[in-house]
Design a binder for this molecule. Structure first.
Ligand code: FEO
Length: 170
C-alpha cells in the first residue's frame, strides 16, 4: 500500500495526463484545420504519448493494490488561434506538467517511498525531453514561421514523427 497523499497525487496525475492528451488532440485538430498537417501529426502523436503516460500511472496504482479513481476530464483551457500560440502553449503546458511530476516526487521522497521515486524517475527524464522538444519547436517557428517555404519544410519535418510505445513497461 502506498501513502495516502502519494496515492492521491498519482490519481490526480492520471487525470492530468489524460487532460494533456485532450489538449494536444485539440491542438492537432486545429493544425489540421489550418492545413498544417505535419503540425497536426506531431500533436496527434503527442496526444497518443500522453494517453500512454496516463495508463502508466493507472498500471502503477493497480500494481500497488491502490484504487484508481477516474475523474472528469476538463475541456482544453486554451482556444488555439494560430500555430505560434499552439507551440507556446505546448511549452507552457509541459513546464506545468514537470512541476506536477516533481511535486509527486517530493511527496514520495518525504515519506521515503523509494518505489514511487524510482517509478517517477522515468517521467522526470521524459519531462526533460518533452520540454526540450517544445522549446525547439518554439525556436524553429520564431526563426522560420514567417517564411512560407520554410514553414512548409518545417511542417514536412513534423509530419515525419511516428508514434512509438513508451520505453517504460510496468
Ligand atoms: Fe505526460 Fe507531456 O507530459
Amino acid at each position: 500500500m502506498l501513502d495516502t497523499k502519494v496515492t492521491e497525487l498519482l490519481n490526480q496525475q492520471v487525470n492530468k495526463e489524460f487532460y494533456s492528451a485532450y489538449l494536444y488532440l485539440d491542438f492537432s485538430n486545429f493544425c489540421y484545420e489550418e492545413g498544417l498537417d505535419g503540425f497536426g501529426n506531431w500533436y496527434r502523436v503527442q496526444a497518443q504519448e500522453e494517453r500512454d503516460h496516463a495508463m502508466l500511472f493507472v498500471q502503477y496504482l493497480l500494481n500497488n493494490g491502490e484504487k484508481v479513481a477516474l475523474e472528469t476530464i476538463e475541456k482544453p483551457a486554451v482556444v488555439p488561434e494560430n500555430a505560434k500560440m499552439v507551440l507556446a502553449e505546448g511549452l507552457k503546458h509541459e513546464r506545468y506538467v514537470t512541476g506536477l511530476i516533481h511535486n509527486i516526487y517530493d511527496a514520495a521522497h518525504s515519506v521515503k517511498d523509494f518505489r514511487t521515486m524510482q517509478f517517477l524517475d522515468w517521467f522526470v527524464k521524459e519531462q526533460g525531453e518533452e520540454e526540450t522538444n517544445a522549446e525547439g519547436l518554439v525556436k524553429k517557428y520564431e526563426l522560420f514561421g514567417d517564411d512560407p517555404k520554410s514553414l512548409y519544410m518545417l511542417d514536412n519535418e513534423l509530419g515525419a514523427r511516428v508514434y512509438s510505445a513508451p520505453s517504460l513497461v510496468l
